[in-house]
Design a protein around this ligand. Structure first.
Ligand code: HEM
Length: 186
């Protein structure tokens, strides 16, 4: 799997153009300063689910560290640079979650919350004529994010199966992601 090539395919499939890049950069002027606020609301939402609360708060100091990691991830949505390095970083974030046992049933609703929180801010910060282009560009980058994460999960699963893990797909996902992350570091 080549995340850079995958990103090119995803840009084509979502119709993500330079015009959308410009809109996202402009939107970043409003949204990037809100990243820490979005992070707080995001983990507040995740913490209402018992399973996710255990993953996040079960390890001391973890969620506090994550506020910063998430805020950095959020700001990057509006950086205007969506290249092969960006794709590798996002793909790696997918593998980190796969290794931890965070599955699509955690991840996809969480991405929905990112959208909900962001749309709420756009509604209050933007003039009405600006809202549609902003939502269009934002939805495209989020679709790209979701696809990069999902493809990293598929690659992890395949790697797990290649290792011969057949006890469960979750085990294969997690072990496969571990191997891919080690390979990427080597
Ligand atoms: C929109 C969805 C999500 C985004 C954008 C996101 C973002 C991130 C980022 C940027 C990191 C740091 C990765 C690194 O170390 O380089 C991370 C780690 C992590 N995330 Fe997420 N995350 C999301 C959903 C979730 C969900 C649903 C859970 C499950 C409860 C979760 C649990 C974790 C955990 C446990 C870590 C590792 C923390 C550590 O370093 O100990 N994340 N996430």
């Amino acid at each position: 799997m080549n995340p850079g090539a995958l990103l090119d395919t995803l840009k084509r499939r979502t119709g993500f153009t330079e015009a959308h890049v410009e809109v996202l950069v402009g939107l970043g002027g409003y949204m990037a300063p809100l990243a820490s606020e979005v992070a707080l609301a995001f983990y507040d939402y995740l913490g209402r689910d018992a399973e996710m609360r255990e993953i996040l708060w079960g390890v001391p100091g973890r969620v506090e560290r994550l506020y910063g990691s998430f805020a950095a991830w959020y700001r990057e949505l509006f950086s205007g640079v969506y290249d092969a390095d960006y794709a590798h970083r996002r793909y790696r974030i997918g593998l980190i979650h796969a290794r931890l046992g965070v599955t699509p049933s955690h991840m996809v609703p969480a991405m929905g919350i990112v959208q909900e929180l962001s749309l709420e801010h756009m509604r209050t910060a933007l003039r009405s004529a600006e809202i549609f282009p902003a939502v269009e560009a934002f939805e495209k980058i989020i679709a790209i994010e979701i696809a990069l994460i999902e493809e990293s999960y598929l690659a992890a699963l395949e790697a797990g199966f290649r290792l011969g893990v057949s006890s469960s797909s979750r085990e294969a996902l997690s072990r496969g992601a571990s191997v891919l992350l080690q390979e990427a570091q080597a």
